[in-house]
Design a protein around this ligand. Structure first.
Ligand code: G3P
Ligand code: CA
Length: 252
């Protein structure tokens, strides 16, 4: 426990300094003392879950195309590192590989499902199957859960809660959507995930969630003022691109 914040979550790994969703970013998150790692997951054409944020690969690799139209082998042939650190090529990371890293390092994961409508519930289905395969979907004390699923999609949260009661789920959104509690209640989310920009506008969101028995996960908290805001409000999890800096601000 650091101040009022229970944990620092490395957003896409330590992505301020390292290329997001690469092993260098995830390993740096561990080295910088993050309590947990956030990642986005998408399905490849041949149904593998990979850690990527965008629908297409252009921004973060030397390849082209939509993730959903590429096989894992196609992605493995691309370089996801050099766009951020020239001369440091890095491969795509699968969810299985990230789970192994987190398990070895003793860190929690916050896995965000990014799912084109055309995939229906397939992303959550594959994710829960992976968690079961790794023994991570057993009913657990909420605070001890090794993996939490986060999503802007109420239906995705609902599918996780219905199909894997031992896996906590967080409904992401703006504070104005989450404030009343109805949206989270409807999908049985144990946590809410407002953006820090929206939390600045409605800081009462955190106390209201706590009163309703929910924890708060706030993203993306990269300034000292926002870290102080979250700490003062008692936000349980703060997702940041800069874990080391955040840790020192919380200590200071
Ligand atoms: O952790 C939640 C946050 O990552 C949501 O936004 O676009 O960075 O996935 P985005
Ligand atoms: Ca995300």
């Amino acid at each position: 426990m650091v101040g009022g914040v229970a944990g620092i979550v490395a957003h896409r790994g330590a992505s301020g300094e390292f290329p997001e969703h690469t092993m260098s970013a995830f390993e740096a998150a561990v080295a910088e003392g993050a309590d947990a790692i956030e990642c986005d997951v998408r399905l490849t054409k041949d149904q593998h879950l990979v850690c990527l944020h965008d629908r297409t690969v252009e921004r973060t690799s030397d390849g082209t195309g939509a993730v959903s139209e590429l096989d894992l082998a196609d992605l493995r042939a691309m370089d996801f590192g050099s766009w951020k650190r020239p001369g440091h090529p890095e491969p795509v990371v699968t969810l299985d590989e990230l789970i192994e890293l987190a398990r070895t390092a003793g860190r929690k994961l916050f896995v965000e499902t990014k799912h084109p409508v055309r995939f229906g519930g397939m992303v959550e289905q594959k994710l829960l199957a992976a968690l079961q395969r790794h023994g991570l979907a057993k009913p657990a004390d909420l605070a001890d859960a090794p993996v939490t699923v986060i999503s802007f999609s109420g239906s995705a949260v609902w599918r996780v809660r219905r199909n894997a009661p031992g896996v906590p789920a967080v409904l992401l959104g703006e504070a104005s959507r989450l404030l009343g509690g109805g949206a989270a209640t409807a999908v049985r989310a144990q946590g809410i995930g407002p953006s820090v920009e929206s939390l600045r506008e409605r800081p009462d969101t955190v106390a209201k969630a706590r009163a309703a028995g929910r924890f708060t996960y706030c993203w993306t908290v990269d300034s000292e003022a926002d870290v102080a805001l979250c700490n003062g409000l008692g936000v349980q999890w703060i997702a940041t691109n800069h874990p080391a800096r955040t840790r020192s601000w919380l200590r200071g």
